[in-house]
Design a protein around this ligand. Structure first.
Ligand code: CAA
Length: 408
């Protein structure tokens, strides 16, 4: 059965997220973008109303919500301001390896930290010479007695300056390529230095830093999953978070479309509102189709996770299409505004700058195409069940969503 109906709980959650975006995010979004303001107060409010850490299971203090709900929230964040939205959503990326590979004690401690107070965590994968090519990383983790000692620098780390703990990927067997990477949960301490806050083109209210580990020690039980299995953990994590990024891109595209549609009804040229000119109305129509199609791909990628089905192909389709669509829609929105679109006083140039990162972070559009091409050419069974450990993580969500009818 194909049914796009949301449950009452999902509708309520979407309304909550939309109202939050409208009342708390939108009024300050353009000012925070201009000044690169860190949205601390908004983070505290979002945490308070339950819009953060939504996938943390109840036993660790969270609501244990499903992935479709996550996509609904992230679309609204993207509609409000994707820079602030990224700050609000980044805990999800950091916590997923913990959910997938952490022991009960580790989950209790580190997920508990996020649910007891509005604290932040960061996902440390990328390095200056290892972006798309994850296995090229140089950070090392050496086992010394009952500890690991971590050395190396991670760049482009969302919320890096403000995080209380990090999930860190490091080489435990430097000669083994992707099969020599392990993942760790690392509490912030004095050996960790924050070297740089990036001055970005877009999403300027989000914090992006370089985080360096200098002889940083963690107990051996802070290893997530098995030693040398960190690459797979990273890929499985991205399968779970890319639908959220896609949803955020849908939100940016939707916001740009709404601004462009509104403006096209007000702006008069050649004696009529420009919406009456087919050249403009067709651009709006194309924007609407892209928003709709991107959302459907996003919901499918999220829904498969809720069903405990592998979503690698679906989430690359969703992330690639939603990100590229957000870019196209925002460029066209600037075009609809004409010369005014190029002026900061008008809302759409910010959206165009923000949209660009959607094609870059959590896997570029080219990496998504690489994944799609591999999946298609290898003819992999796209309905393959998730690996057992991951399936267990999704069990609760899958059970909860048995009654839900948001399937696609
Ligand atoms: N789930 C589970 N296992 C997977 C997997 C998946 N989705 N994808 C690959 N694997 C496994 C493969 O089965 C294979 O396993 P074996 O070792 O048993 O053979 C192994 O991983 C290697 O797979 P590939 O040969 O496909 O790996 P590759 O190196 O050719 O390609 C890649 C991998 C797709 C290019 C990958 O490196 C990738 O996604 N790169 C992009 C990285 C990325 O998204 N970075 C973003 C950082 S986070 C961020 O941006 C957030 C922020 O804070 C700003």
């Amino acid at each position: 059965m194909v049914d796009f109906t949301l449950t009452d709980e999902q509708k309520d959650l979407r309304e909550l997220a939309h109202n939050f975006a409208e009342k708390e995010i939108r009024p300050v979004a353009w000012e925070y973008d201009r000044d690169g303001t860190w949205p601390q107060e908004i983070i505290e409010k979002a945490w308070e109303v339950g819009l953060m850490n939504i996938h943390v299971p109840e036993e660790y203090g969270g609501p244990g919500l499903d992935f479709v709900s996550g996509a609904l929230i992230e679309e609204e964040f993207g509609w409000g301001c994707s820079g602030i939205g990224t700050s609000l959503a980044a805990n999800g990326l950091a916590m997923t390896p913990v959910l997938l590979g952490g022991s009960h004690e580790i989950k209790k401690k580190y997920l508990g930290m996020l649910t007891e107070e509005p604290k932040l965590a960061s996902f440390c994968l990328t390095e200056p010479d290892a972006g798309s090519d994850v296995s090229g990383m140089k950070t090392t983790a050496k086992k010394v007695g009952d500890k690991y000692v971590i050395n190396g620098s991670k760049c482009f780390i969302t919320n890096g300056s403000y995080a209380d703990w990090y999930t860190v990927y490091a080489k435990t067997d430097p000669d083994a390529g992707h099969r020599g990477i392990s993942a760790f949960v690392v509490p912030r301490d004095d050996t960790i230095t924050i070297d740089k806050k990036e001055d970005k083109m877009g999403q300027r209210a989000s914090n992006t830093a370089t985080v360096t580990f200098n002889e940083t020690e963690v107990p051996a039980d802070h290893l997530l999953g098995e030693e040398n299995k960190g690459f797979k953990l990273a890929m499985m994590t991205l399968d779970r978070t890319r639908p959220g990024v896609a949803a955020m891109a849908v939100g940016i595209g939707r916001a740009a479309m709404e601004f462009a549609a509104e403006y096209s009804k007000e702006r008069v040229q050649f004696g009529v509102p420009i919406a009456m000119h087919q050249a403009v109305s067709f651009m709006i129509a194309d924007m609407a189709t892209k928003v709709e199609a991107a959302r459907l791909l996003t919901w499918k990628a999220a829904r498969l996770l809720d069903q405990g089905v592998r979503n690698t192909l679906a989430c690359s389709h969703a992330k690639r299409f939603a990100a590229d669509s957000a870019m196209e829609i925002t460029v066209d929105a600037v075009q609809v505004f004409g010369g005014y679109g190029f002026i900061k006083e008008y809302p759409v140039e910010k959206l165009m700058r923000d949209a660009k990162i959607m094609q870059l972070y959590e896997g570029t559009s080219q990496i998504q195409r690489l994944v799609i091409a591999k999946e298609v050419l290898m003819g992999r069974n796209v309905d393959e069940p998730l690996p057992e450990s991951a399936a267990r993580q999704n069990e609760a969500a899958a059970k909860e969503s048995e009654t839900a009818s948001a399937s696609v």
